[in-house]
Design a protein around this ligand. Sequence first.
Ligand SMILES: Nc1ncnc2c1ncn2[C@@H]1O[C@H](COP(=O)(O)OP(=O)(O)OP(=O)(O)O)[C@@H](O)[C@H]1O
Length: 274
Amino acid sequence: MTPYFYKEPVLTLDNISMSFGGELVLRDISAQVLDVVRPNMKQGQVVGFYGRSGIGKSVLCRIMAGLVAPSKGTVQVGVEQEPVKPGAVGFVQQRYPLFNHRTLVDNLLVAAERKYNPEEARQQVESYLERFCLTPHRKKYPAHLSGGQRQRAAIAQQLLCSDHLILLDEPFSGLDIAMIDEVKKIIVEVTTMDELNTVIIVSHDIVTTTALADRLWLLGYERDAAGNLLPGATINQQHQYNLAEMGLAWHPNVEAEPEFAQFVEEIKEEIRQS
Ligand SMILES: Nc1ncnc2c1ncn2[C@@H]1O[C@H](COP(=O)(O)OP(=O)(O)OP(=O)(O)O)[C@@H](O)[C@H]1O
């Protein structure tokens, strides 16, 4: 098995609940991501985040990104474990927030200048354009980029202006197989760039996401002792999977392993029942 160990937390969700107009959507969610260390490499963290449609994944993402305050509980981010502030967490939503009237390079500069001085911003943007194979498209406007290029640009943009933690909402939806491979490569690239980089992937594509992840969270409903559904979805302890411990993390071709296929079926069944 690949050797690894854990250091301090980089993300802590402490007892989060969220209600809208008296309706409880999320209930008592506590979960943590620890900085994982693998000898001789920079290894970041990848969390696959699943749950049925409408269960509250986007709501929890907005809370993790500091864009809305939960009704109860706290989110702490980074090795300093500070309360999350808007802008600290990159959030690539399904509708990528690129400015349509600016070229790709200008879009990235706007993001980078939130964190770096103009000279550093320019250098960082050049390095990201190169790394994400976007240099030939630098002068194009977002409308003239392909779906995969826009997705890469949106990820680069969020990495340029946030601190290590990035949420990807359905990064594979609407992409063809070649583009899915590209986005997978980018995610691996991001999480091996810096050991603190942490990517949370919200997806209904269980196979692709599980293959990239070292940890899974499944948002679902619980029942009381009498078998009645409790209000509000949660991520209980049984639904927080450590793929590193299970020997299913960081294998280049894990999809081909029978243990992986079997585990994916189990997860799908859990989601159906949750
Ligand atoms: N601002 C709001 N006011 C009232 N209800 C809301 C608000 N935002 C979300 N909800 C409700 O919270 C629930 C969870 O919605 P959410 O968008 O988080 O689901 P989801 O799991 O992301 O779904 P999907 O996989 O379909 O994107 C839904 O019932 C939704 O109507």
